[in-house]
Design a protein around this ligand. Structure first.
Ligand code: SF4
Length: 982
């Protein structure tokens, strides 16, 4: 009988794979997305050494516990991608940028070109070198390189990704979602996910949600679109894009109105009871303080502890610490009071209460599209989970002021949010509103709620100041501070004495003061405008800035090739380092071929982006499992090599020799402070100490033997309440995760924002913004959260463009990387515009029909797919599936180029604004953090005419294959590891 008629399975997926004798298995860390799961790479001997046979999840890894997703398992097809660059390339003399005409050169020549050019810039005007990186995971090294070079013009991709999520939460609770913290679904009863489709924390989140659902938890998804995780939510609540902040304000209104708030938590662990000055003047809106010099400087973002409270027990003003939290004291969180000197004050919670008083469910219903009744019942559900379903864990802990808590209080309502909140120009205040909502429910670092991951929580404001001294940009001199940081005061802005920006991207200027991750999306436009100055060399790593990583794509492609009156390119020299022939490669003058994640060493460590768990720190590495293809070199090695050639002090011995032989050596031996390094496992000469210790020459081997991961389980007494947990705070300081061991009070009210507002109102004697930015700062730097319409709306005819347009990252692909992946292309080879059937019908477009999508900035032609899983006022598509013809070595006429499309063509990188010196625009970004406003664009749709080509618009001239690329996509579908050449 044939096997397929047998009752035995043809393939038993649970059986151990049959492993041929020649097979070898190596553990490393996945990088098919930023989740960083542990993987096992199964190898087989091939023509040039071991080749990848298949990849599976590592069951021994704490993050994914053996789970692997479609992307992770398809890593083999990235390894053999036909788009792999294999040689350094130089643009052919006389060819235009964008034409993609290159000659292959040696690494020696590439290094010589770079060294000569960079040495000259560094010796004259270092800020003329700009280094911007995309989705890299080694910002501790790239940031150090820029700092040692002496240029402030450095950032990674966070400014156009989710800086609002990071900054909005960190400036409020000292931590954020994803690698910084997340929902404790093992103990939650209610889980509310907002603005998240699929996630950076992909496999762990899927594992956690699946267990949560099996355990009977209730999962609500609030999103304009029901995709990704929302598919298995118990309830989907559709919401209009950019209105989440209004929902949170109404929920705060309801929770406070119905007294479903955690009074004890607010009084002890937040700044709710601290008295805010109400009188006009330089201290208006700041916290009142004790002038006794022994109490320290007035409370502010850097020194938050000299503040006052009103004790209702004795009817007097007390110092907030320690008197205000002493037993027997009951600080007021409501009311209005007068200090002995006549100053009128109120607890900050009173001001929050006043702020949300008018934010009724009826008010929010009109904005969000969610009924007032549903908002009210949502608040009841949240309150019910936090208080009626509350429990305690038998875990004693001692708080920062010595009070012993015999148990740990659970508040089992957990939230998760991401880019749907962040990628709007109102995202910072929206995220703050969410963090405050979580705080009033007492669910910060509590069982069942939000929990931090080491090294978080950070101080509020974190003790990292961004470089801000223009006088320190000197030839051949490192900067005296890192280019990125967290400003706490106008004095910390990166501006010149006249208020103009120091940085090419205008980050940390009055335009976007708290732009903690920089503003990569501004770099090309500003450099071409020469605003505030022209640069010489732009180096980009893993950033597809000529395609899906930029707004206004067509114009930016033109800018990359724009010349000045002397015929010189406005950006004279562009270096692109990438593993693949992306659209941006065609615009490079010099191309450096990078390795894949299977060919190099990498570190996901505490100085950068660890993979910590709730119960302790975790870091991990990648080790090469196969040899680099062709002449590919890891970008990290290129930086170490350049740092040595350019003789950066941190990379050079006193006698001028190179300090590090390469990246692995640098990782082991570089110490920013004694005993502190990139990796925390197996430190000390023999690997006997963890977290801190001398460099260990065998550290890489020890990681390799241990699944490429180090995990420390902290004692239970340090698992919760870490903003105030004495044992944890001391431990974190001892391990150099924090500079101080003082408690981190939640900032329901942000005096940091108020400092900027006072300056804008002209009420302070220090730095003040230029006149044209005063109103903007005074409006948006509100110390209390508020909802405002995304800024683009004010510049849009909403009747003409009635629909919101947003994108999501497809679950099967990660950014632009995977449209070249022979396996993943079989899931999506092009994207559609997803439209509610009612909206499509009203526009006269049929499911599968071609249509035009128009914003005031541009238009695209694409195909429509109707779906009930999108609210009627929103249209959306998958991001980055659409490709330029010929890019990524896709065959001419590939679906990705002919049917796929980019929504980016509809989004402007600037908005109208009357600026200084005749400027008419300002970045299309959050006015506080500079987060790119990707999801603010408004569009309309109409059918394409029957005679129009069935092809997406716009189209671009086909990119030729670069010298040394491997082939065309169709050839690799039949790839077999180990196949010998005949
Ligand atoms: S979730 Fe991301 S890191 Fe994990 S296996 Fe999938 S692609 Fe790899």
């Amino acid at each position: 009988m044939f096997k397929f008629l047998s009752s035995e399975p043809i393939h038993n997926p649970t059986a151990s794979p049959a492993v041929p004798a020649t097979s070898e298995v190596k553990c490393t860390t996945c990088y098919m997305c930023a989740c960083r799961c542990g993987i096992r790479v199964h190898l087989r001997e091939g023509n040039n050494g071991p080749e990848v046979r298949y990849i599976d999840g590592n069951p021994e890894h704490p993050l994914n516990k053996g789970v692997i997703c479609a992307k992770g398992a398809s890593g083999i097809m990235k390894q053999v991608s036909p788009a792999r660059l294999t040689q350094p390339l130089l643009r052919k003399s006389g060819s235009e940028r964008g034409a993609g005409e290159f000659e292959a050169i040696s690494w020696d020549r590439a290094y010589d070109i770079l060294t000569q050019r960079l040495a000259k810039i560094r010796a004259t005007d270092p800020k003329k070198f700009a280094l911007f990186t995309g989705r890299d995971q080694m910002q501790a090294l790239t940031g150090l390189f820029a700092r040692q070079f002496g240029t402030p013009n450095y950032a990674a991709h966070g400014g156009f990704c989710s800086v609002n999520m990071a900054a909005g939460m960190i400036y409020t609770i000292g931590g954020s979602f994803w690698e910084f913290g997340g929902p404790d679904l093992d103990r939650a009863k209610l889980f509310v996910m907002i603005g998240t489709a699929e996630d950076h924390h992909s496999n762990p989140m899927k594992i956690a949600i699946s267990k949560f659902k099996r355990d009977g938890g209730r999962f609500i998804s609030i999103n304009p679109v029901r995709t990704g995780y929302s598919a298995i939510a118990d309830e989907w609540i559709p919401i209009r894009p950019g209105t989440d902040g209004a929902l949170f304000m109404a929920l705060l209104h309801e929770l406070i109105r119905t007294d479903r708030i955690d009074h004890a938590f607010l009084k002890r662990f937040t700044n709710a009871p601290q008295l805010v000055v109400l009188d006009d003047g330089e201290r208006e809106g700041l916290f009142a303080f004790d002038p006794n010099p022994e109490k320290g400087p007035p409370g502010d973002g850097r020194h938050p502890h000299n503040k006052l409270v009103w004790d209702t027990t004795c009817g007097k003003v007390l110092n907030a610490y320690p008197q205000g939290i002493a037993d027997g004291c009951d600080p007021a969180i409501e009311g209005f009071y007068t200090l002995a000197d006549g100053t009128r004050v109120a607890p900050s919670f009173q001001l929050l209460r006043d702020r949300v008083a008018s934010c009724t469910p009826e008010w929010a219903a009109k904005i969000t599209g969610i009924s007032a009744d549903r908002i009210r019942t949502l608040a009841v559900e949240m309150g019910h989970a936090a208080f009626e379903q509350a429990f305690t864990l038998p875990i004693p802990w001692t708080d920062a002021w010595g009070k012993q808590h015999p148990t740990t209080q659970a508040r089992p309502v957990a939230f998760h949010a991401m880019r749907g909140l962040a990628a709007h120009s109102n995202g910072f205040q929206t995220v703050r509103a969410l963090a405050i909502l979580m705080s009033v429910l007492g669910t910060i670092d509590a069982p069942g709620g939000f929990r931090h991951k080491a090294p978080y929580p950070r101080h509020i404001v974190p003790n990292y100041r961004a470089f801000n001294d223009p006088g320190m940009i000197q030839p051949n001199t490192p900067l005296n501070a890192a280019p990125l940081g967290f400003p706490a005061h106008p004095d910390e802005l990166a501006i010149h004495p006249d208020g103009s920006p120091i940085r090419i991207d205008h980050a940390f200027s009055w335009e976007h003061p708290l732009s903690a991750h920089g503003m990569m999306h501004n770099v090309i436009t500003n450099a071409v405008k020469g605003d505030p100055y022209r640069i010489d060399t732009l180096m980009m790593f893993m950033a597809n800035m000529a395609w899906n990583s930029t707004m206004n794509t067509s114009a930016v492609r033109e800018m990359l090739n724009r010349k000045d009156i002397d015929g010189e390119c406005m950006i004279p020299f562009i270096v692109v380092c990438d593993a693949f022939q992306s659209e941006t490669v065609a615009f490079a003058d010099l191309v450096l071929p990078d390795t894949t994640y299977l060919e190099r060493h990498d570190v996901m460590g505490m100085l950068d982006r660890p993979i910590s768990e709730f119960d302790g720190p975790v870091d991990s590495v990648r080790i090469p499992v196969v040899k680099p293809l062709g002449e590919c070199k890891p970008f990290q090695e290129v930086l170490i090599e350049l740092a040595g050639r350019l003789k950066f002090p941190a990379f050079t011995t006193p006698d001028g020799a190179r300090k590090y032989t390469g990246y692995p050596d640098f990782i082991v031996n570089f110490q920013p402070a004694p005993g502190v390094g990139f990796l925390m496992g197996w430190r000390g000469k023999d690997g006997e100490s963890h977290l801190k210790g001398e460099p260990n020459p065998k550290q890489w081997e020890m990681y390799e033997k241990n699944n490429c991961v180090f995990q420390l389980h902290m004692p239970e007494t340090m698992h919760y309440m870490r903003n105030w947990n004495r044992e944890y705070l001391d431990f974190a300081k001892d391990k150099s995760w924090r500079q101080r061991n003082d408690p981190i009070q939640l900032a329901l009210y942000s005096d940091t924002l108020q400092f900027f507002r006072l300056a804008a109102q002209g009420k302070t004697s220090g730095r003040q913004p230029p006149d044209e930015l005063r109103e903007r700062i005074a409006t948006y730097f509100d110390p209390l959260p508020f909802w405002y319409a995304p800024l683009e709306e004010a510049a849009t005819d909403l009747k003409a463009y009635p629909l919101n347009a947003i994108t999501q990252r497809p679950m099967a692909m990660y950014h632009s990387w995977d449209s070249q992946n022979a396996w993943l292309r079989q899931i999506h080879s092009h994207n559609y515009l997803h439209v509610n059937p009612k909206t499509a019908q009203a526009a006269g477009i049929l499911d599968g029909g071609w249509c035009w999508v128009e914003s005031q900035w541009g238009k695209v032609r694409c195909m429509i797919r109707t779906s009930e899983a999108v609210e009627p006022g929103t249209v959306w598509t998958w991001n980055a599936i659409g490709k330029a013809d010929g890019a990524w070595q896709l065959a001419p006429g590939a679906d990705e180029a002919r049917k796929g499309f980019l929504l980016n063509h509809l989004i402007s990188e600037d908005l109208p604004f009357k600026g200084a010196k005749g400027a008419t625009t300002i970045s299309n970004s959050d006015p506080i953090t500079g987060q790119a406003g990707w999801y603010d664009v408004r569009v309309r749709i109409r059918p394409a005419a029957p005679e129009e080509p069935h092809e997406s618009f716009p189209q671009f001239a086909s990119m030729p294959a670069a010298p040394g690329v491997l082939g065309k996509a169709a050839q690799v579908i039949t790839y077999f590891a180990g196949r010998k050449k005949s």
